[in-house]
Design a protein around this ligand. Structure first.
Ligand code: DGP
Length: 117
């Protein structure tokens, strides 16, 4: 849920105003366990500031987006799924299945994942 001030449930988690199982945090990025996990490991990697969708990202966000990928890789290693494998995805808008309008990477693994729709 995102309001018109650019706030979101994930921004509130990053500010620790809402509870979540945070597994990584720095000045730019927060990662926490998904509340409705679809795999044994299901972690969301989010920027601390709201970018509603990938469509809203700019060249200035290039470093941040790349860092989100490297945080996903680090967390995969820490959760011992690097060798067995994992999936990193970002849903965009309605057809992409995005429900929280604050960009986030899904890191999923810990079991054989099915084909994507
Ligand atoms: P997406 O459909 O790609 O926008 O994914 C949103 C994910 O966010 C979904 O898997 C459920 C998760 N989620 C939604 N609200 C919360 C929350 O308050 N806490 C946590 N930990 N996860 C949430």
């Amino acid at each position: 849920m995102t309001d018109h001030l650019g706030d979101s449930v994930f921004a509130r988690i990053a500010r620790k105003e809402l509870p979540a199982k945070i597994v990584y945090q720095d000045e730019e990025i927060t990662a926490f366990h998904d509340i409705e996990p679809l795999a044994p490991v299901h972690i969301l990697i989010v920027p601390n500031r709201v970018i509603p969708t990938l469509n809203d990202a700019t060249l200035e966000d290039q470093q941040l987006l790349g860092k989100m990928m490297l945080v996903a890789r680090q967390l995969a290693c820490q959760h011992s799924i690097s060798d067995t494998g994992y999936r990193v995805t970002m849903n965009v808008n309605s057809d992409g299945g995005q429900s929280v309008f604050h960009i986030h990477l899904h890191l999923m693994g810990g079991q054989k994942l099915g084909r994507m729709a």
